[in-house]
Design a protein around this ligand. Sequence first.
Ligand code: PEP
Ligand code: MN
Length: 365
Amino acid sequence: MIVVMKQGSPSSEIEKINQELQSQNITPEKIVGKHNTVIGLIGDTQTLNPGQIQQLSPFIEQVLSIDKPFKRASREFRYGEPSEVFVSTPNGFVAFGQNCPIVSVAGPCSVENEEMIIETARRVKASGAKFLRGGAYKPRTSPYSFQGHGESALKLLAAAREATGLGIITELMDSDELEKVAEVADIIQIGARNMQNFSLLKKVGAQKKPILLKRGMSATIKDWLMSAEYILAAGNPNVILCERGIRTFDRQYTRNILDLSAIPVLRSLTHLPIMIDPSHGTGKSEYVPVMAKAAIAAGADSLMIEVHPNPAKALSDGPQSLTPNQYQVLMQEIEVIGQAVDRGSQKYLSTVRDAARRQDSIVTV
Ligand code: PEP
Ligand code: MN
């Protein structure tokens, strides 16, 4: 249930309502949006009477029930407004969201050595990427495949951050590594295979770093949003959803089915920012650019692209990795598509500044 306050409601009035709700064992959560202030009600709201709550204050505009099982993740919880995830990187704040410029994340599947990660970071930055991705701990189907260089790879990511100022996204597989990963990562990735690792979700929900939650390969959109709900419910409001392809019966030509219809579906169901990963989504580098462009045309807020200086020699996911040159061409094309759907890089600059002034979704990391 949410309580929508009238514009210009005094904070003392909101405080009064909060106290009243707390006395009824409800946890109120104040959400300051661009147009409205909303109080989200968490707890056993079944027994609450919306009419009675409306009587609590003349400043209440409306009391609405949320019928979705994912309460905090639902679009209604923010009265229809999108949320932004702000991430502090050495190069400045980057904002993810529907009212923000498109954010590009690029880098190799795995961090292999210092030279390749620094070179890749420099090249993707020059093409406009804001984040470097790279796996230190790799979730591989076979125990005999390369498992990632672990802690030493984290150090190399830190060096790439230092050298380029790019933000870092890397996967956390085991909560034992949370502290080490959080030290280096600006955004922590929870991979497809861990999307329903609920104890891991609770742990990343209880810390401050923003989370990139990839869709499980057999997860429904509802399953996925319920997993996001775990993180939000544990206290971390900064979740980005990443579609990375779902299981296909036809693995002859693509690795997965990249579900681009998830973009408009998520847009209607949730306020959270949406990222698309066409690299894992297709499994083949030749299909990555067209699906990346389709994702932007369909309204994605962000892209994750695997880029490797020498894909033929990559230790993991070489066949789906673009070269830095191919990535550069793609980024130029993305800018054109972005402008066509009103998401060009020149737009939103003032929106981002406005949003940054609002305190509700700012993370200081
Ligand atoms: C990855 O990003 O390299 C990765 C393993 O992703 P996913 O969890 O989507 O398979
Ligand atoms: Mn990969």
